[in-house]
Design a protein around this ligand. Structure first.
Ligand SMILES: O=C(O)CCC(=O)C(=O)O
Length: 303
């Protein structure tokens, strides 16, 4: 048995799959997404399901903080940061589904296949599986304005970004202006790649109006993507977005899954073939970690 399958726990609580939710009308979703570059599906996951996901966030956060340093095993990555107020914090985990069965079930939930089908079809790979935390009191948890297109490298492996890729985020907690909800510029996806964020990591830069203005965008056009727990946001790889600090007393957590029309991407784990969920294999495949095959073993990363 590989280290990866051994790492997955079998005794985590099941999501309740007896869901009844009104899925968006395909044409309404397609129109809103095409016009604005984003859309929201309200209440896609139930309060009980959000409790299960929140439990997974707590487990992974405890595991990440116990590591004490950023750590990688294959595509699984714990990214820690130093916060001036809180000290060491966990900023994000990539590919937690290698570690946590509850999160793995969510990313393969049939609701994703149903919501995404009108946008990118029913044969999908997954290139993002990621958790974000903004703990209360933290000062360094911003995401500078950017477009996700900047991360789709090498460019030759990611074809027809605009028509083939959709990023999604499930709110675990209330996402409000005060808690550091994403801010988006509606319609900015029509502008193509604007080179926002320069070469630096966007999670180590703050959200600056000046960056928008330098790209010819009006900061006053930014809207807060406010979400209730269980809501799903969907956005285009070219949508300009960022997010600020959390000034509330509660956590602000987001579970992000990014899907792609399979035929237009050489990277990623299969998620759905003809609408049917596909489990992770025995070993990870190449997604964004270029040294996956040279350095697959667990190791700490210098920050
Ligand atoms: O958690 C956030 O607010 C950042 C989300 C984001 O910008 C991204 O995933 O590209």
């Amino acid at each position: 048995m590989s280290a990866f399958s051994a790492a997955r726990s079998a005794d985590q609580p099941e999501l309740d799959h007896n869901w009844e939710v009104r899925l968006p009308e395909p044409e309404v979703l397609r129109t809103a997404y095409a016009r604005d570059g984003y859309a929201i599906v309200r209440g896609l996951f139930s309060p009980a399901e959000v409790v299960v996901m929140a439990g997974a966030f707590d487990r992974l956060q405890a595991a990440g903080l116990a590591l004490g340093r950023s750590f990688r095993h294959g595509n699984l990555l714990f990214r820690l940061g130093d916060d001036p107020h809180l000290g060491r914090i966990l900023r994000m985990v990539q590919w937690p589904s290698w570690r946590d069965a509850a999160l793995d079930r969510v990313r393969l939930d049939l609701r994703f296949a149903a919501v995404l089908q009108p946008l990118i079809g029913d044969s999908l790979k997954q290139i993002i599986n990621q958790m974000h935390w903004k703990p209360p009191g933290a000062a360094r948890v911003e995401f500078a304005y950017h477009q996700d297109s900047r991360f789709r490298r090498p460019a030759t492996a990611f074809r027809d970004l605009a028509g083939s890729y959709v990023q999604t985020g499930i709110a675990i907690d209330p996402h409000t202006r005060a808690s550091g909800a994403m801010k988006v510029i509606p319609g900015s996806h029509w502008l193509g790649d604007l080179g926002l964020g320069g070469d630096g990591p966007i999670l180590q830069q703050s959200m600056q109006d000046a960056a928008l203005m330098a790209a010819g965008l009006d900061p006053a056009a930014a809207v807060d993507l406010e979400l209730a727990p269980g809501d799903l946001a969907l956005w285009s790889p070219y949508l300009v977005h960022g997010s600020g600090i959390n000034t509330t007393a509660a956590d602000r957590r987001l579970y992000i899954n990014g899907y792609v029309r399979a035929e237009n991407c050489d990277r990623g784990e299969w998620a759905f073939r003809a609408g049917r969920p596909q489990r992770l294999g025995a070993e990870p495949v190449l997604v964004h970690y270029e040294a996956l095959h040279e350095r697959p073993e667990p190791h700490f990363i210098d920050d």
